[in-house]
Ligand binder design. Structure first.
Ligand code: BTN
Length: 265
């Protein structure tokens, strides 16, 4: 079980976090964050669950959320103006998680836009969703990290692609400490976002990302089949979208990885 008192102590000085809730079981911390946003909860409200029965990943996928081994939480953030879009916050949050994982001596890197990988296998993911508040829309940033799973703990569909900090040799991965480290990094990065310094966040994100420059990719065709044009990645644009240079010399901009056939990493 996540120790709520310990977590509270560890994040006491975090300027971003205004309120902490730790709930034994939720369908999804994102749903709870939406409910809190609708009832007027302030930005900086964070909700953790020991386990989720319907944890959501991006593109309608499920997020495997058993009790005892993972970290599942959502934080409500004020958007900080039009420039701070969900796409940019997704990158900002992935930077925070990647940095916190590296504190545990693992070679974590970011796969655009929202995956944290270690040696090519996914250890964490981010889900950014805009929610309506009583006055302004608020952003719900959901973060899931595989912390203490062992080989064999993952469901079949994740055995090849999923990993945990423990499996990758992360040292002393207490979930409360990791959560505090992520929220600490997020607080620093949010400071940049709120001061309009997206350029710095983007630069820092690029330094930790893999596969965004010169990596061969294939796009899906209109039917969703991996039979679209081939190309190579050519960086991310100002908004955080992925630029792909196609074989015919044209460029296309991707806003989600939906039309991208998984890149070899
Ligand atoms: C992804 O990589 O597909 C995004 C995964 C996001 C998972 C987290 S766990 C906490 C929060 N609640 C959810 O239902 N999803 C996010």
């Amino acid at each position: 079980m996540l120790d709520a008192d310990r977590l509270e102590t560890l994040i006491r000085d975090n300027l971003l976090v205004t309120r902490l809730r730790v709930i034994p079981e939720l369908v999804s911390t994102q749903d709870e964050a939406r409910r809190l946003a609708e009832s007027g909860a302030s930005p900086g409200t964070v909700v953790f669950a020991h386990r989720q029965t319907g944890g959501r990943g991006s593109r309608g996928r499920r997020w495997y959320s058993p009790e005892g081994s993972g970290l599942y939480f959502s934080i409500l953030l004020g958007q900080a103006g039009d420039a701070a879009t969900p796409a940019r916050w997704t990158l900002a949050a992935s930077l925070a998680v990647c940095r916190a994982c590296r504190d545990y001596a693992v070679p974590a890197e970011i796969k655009w836009p929202n995956d944290i990988l270690i040696r090519g296998r996914k250890v964490a993911g981010i889900l950014a969703e805009l929610r309506s508040g009583p006055s302004n829309p608020v952003l719900a940033l959901g973060i899931g990290v595989n912390v203490g799973q062992r080989e064999g703990d993952f469901p079949d569909e994740l055995t090849e692609t999923g990993t945990s900090l423990l499996m990758e040799g992360g040292v002393d991965c207490g979930r409360e400490e990791l959560a505090a480290a992520i929220l600490g990094q997020l607080s620093t990065i949010a400071g940049l976002m709120y001061h309009g310094d997206w350029a710095q966040v983007r630069e820092d994100w690029i330094a930790m990302a893999c596969g965004i420059q010169g990596a061969p990719v294939r796009l899906r065709d209109d039917a969703g089949v991996a039979a679209g044009p081939c190309g190579t990645t050519a960086g991310i644009d100002e908004g955080g979208a992925l630029i792909v240079r196609l074989e015919d010399g044209s460029r296309t901009i991707l806003h989600s990885s939906e039309s991208l056939v998984p890149m070899e990493t």
